[in-house]
Design a protein around this ligand. Structure first.
Ligand SMILES: Cc1cc2nc3c(=O)[nH]c(=O)nc-3n(C[C@H](O)[C@H](O)[C@H](O)COP(=O)(O)OP(=O)(O)OC[C@H]3O[C@@H](n4cnc5c(N)ncnc54)[C@H](O)[C@@H]3O)c2cc1C
Length: 445
């Protein structure tokens, strides 16, 4: 791989003639950031990492041209969607070229149940079109308004809709991808079926995705609702019951233990101090059975907006998933988070009892295999890295699974192990290790 000193990026920009590029220092600084600053540990490790040229291709042919130049001069290449990842996924550790996909934003075709898109299509913009024919994305992160579909496949995992469809890596949630390789002679490959796993959550280390075929979900008018509870475990049990109620169509089941709601000033009129709450999206057609369930769990509905009303303001989605951390950190920037799977209410209850002042529990229900399970992003009052690791070890020893968001390699976060299939595929498509170098530990080793 080439180093900064030996490459003249002005000359590279000339060779990329016809493709929009920039070497403007301020723009490069912005394009070299994502949301890793949610982690004090990543902040220390990743600040000051910077790309040296950004390119904005619009077509697959232009991506191929950039790939050719990277191979010719052995320049590192890091793909970037909207840059909302929170594991430092698109931080260019070795500098080089940032390939920004924001101009590859065409919906190629859209049919009931399935669509084909370029990677830079923004998720909310896509849904606006898909809803015209009665469909929408199956799963989307809380950064839905800004995140790209390619970035979600490359660096995301779960979100609204996961209570029905699980994680993006679950079989069937991505049908086909086209990608550009960084072989001696870069080429275009297509992967279908289980083979798409090679690029799923691979942080752009195994090819540049240029097209994706994604299955869709039937679109409903989603009522946005807040229910409050006196007791946290009752709120959590309600969340489980709603997630398990197949007769009630829903898309978001997000439960917040007090004092987390106090970090949502915009919702303060709906969540009295000391109460625990559920932030929900339920089909407008299923409100009556939903109300019966709320009554069974002695909850109180304090906020209820039809889809049309909700569309006029901030969606409750933007208080859930990792937006909860965002709001909490805007009040107290010493807070950080851990992505945690509890799997059962029994385990959750045990860990809730042990939380002390250091941990606040926030749940998101999602489908894992044949059942809905409590997972979520617990908030942690950060003191030291050692203490954070101690909390992780303690939770894991009690059977919880932690996808650690304080590390930047694919393996050390959620995957926990080297995936030999992904490593072998990388050796084939990126033999010089130019794609997002440093992010796949298995390749480096
Ligand atoms: C407040 C907040 C809330 C969040 N909530 C969620 C959530 O609910 N669920 C969730 O899963 N994540 C969440 N995230 C993380 C992130 O927003 C999502 O994963 C989002 O989908 C990433 O999309 P992006 O376009 O910003 O991707 P980027 O951050 O730009 O990229 C993500 C990764 O994908 C790679 N990539 C991008 N495009 C391509 C391509 N064309 N080919 C190959 N690789 C590519 C990049 O190299 C990078 O490694 C959250 C983050 C924040 C800050």
């Amino acid at each position: 791989m080439n180093t900064k000193s030996t490459i003249n990026y002005q000359e590279i920009a000339k060779e990329l003639n016809g493709i929009e590029t920039t070497t403007n220092s301020d723009r490069l600084t912005k394009l070299s950031l994502d949301y890793y600053h949610f982690s004090p540990i990543l902040t220390e490790q990743l600040q000051n990492k910077r790309g040296e040229l950004a390119a904005f291709p619009t077509t697959e042919a232009e991506v191929l041209k950039i790939a050719l130049i990277c191979v010719k001069y052995k320049i590192p290449l890091t793909v970037r969607g909207a840059g909302t990842g929170n594991y430092g996924q698109c931080i260019p550790l070795e500098g080089g070229i940032i390939l920004d996909t924001s101009k590859m934003n065409q919906i190629q075709w859209l049919k009931p149940g399935i669509a084909c898109v370029q990677p830079g299509v923004k998720m909310a913009a896509f849904d606006k079109q898909a809803r015209k024919i009665g469909w929408e994305l199956r799963i989307a992160p809380s950064t839905y308004r800004t995140a790209t579909i390619g970035g979600f496949i490359g660096g995301g995992s779960v979100g609204m809709g996961s209570v029905n469809y699980g994680q993006i890596s679950d079989r069937g949630n991505l049908r086909r991808v086209r990608l550009v390789t960084l072989e001696e002679t870069p080429q275009v490959l297509e992967l279908e079926g289980d083979r798409v796993q090679k690029v799923l959550h691979a942080y752009g280390t195994t090819g540049i995705i240029t097209e994706l075929e994604i299955p869709l979900a039937p679109a409903y008018p989603w009522q946005e609702i807040i229910v409050t509870f006196d007791d946290f475990m009752t709120a959590a049990s309600f969340g489980q019951a709603l997630s398990d109620s197949h007769g009630i169509v829903k898309k978001l089941v997000s439960i917040h233990a007090s004092p987390i709601p106090s970090y949502f000033p915009a919702l303060k009129n709906y969540i009295p101090q000391g109460k625990h709450c559920a932030l929900l999206m339920v089909s407008e057609y299923d409100i009556t059975p939903f109300q019966d369930l709320v009554q069974e769990y002695q909850g109180e509905i304090t906020y209820s907006k039809t889809a049309a009303e909700a569309a006029k303001g901030t969606s409750l989605l933007e208080f859930t998933w990792n937006h909860t951390t965002l709001h909490a950190r805007s009040v107290d920037n010493k807070l950080t988070y851990l992505q945690t799977f509890y799997f059962t209410l029994e385990r959750l209850e045990k860990l809730y009892q042990q939380r002390g002042d250091e941990i606040m529990i926030h749940l998101e229900f999602l489908r894992a295999g044949d059942k809905a399970v409590p997972a979520g992003l617990q908030l942690i009052r950060f003191t030291t890295g050692e203490r954070l690791n101690e909390i992780i070890r303690d939770r894991e020893s009690q059977g919880a699974f932690i996808a650690n968001p304080h590390v930047y390699t694919i393996e050390d976060g959620g995957n926990k192990q080297v995936d030999p299939q992904k490593v072998a595929f990388k050796q084939q498509v990126d033999p010089y290790g130019l794609l997002n170098p440093g992010k796949m530990r298995g390749f480096r080793e």
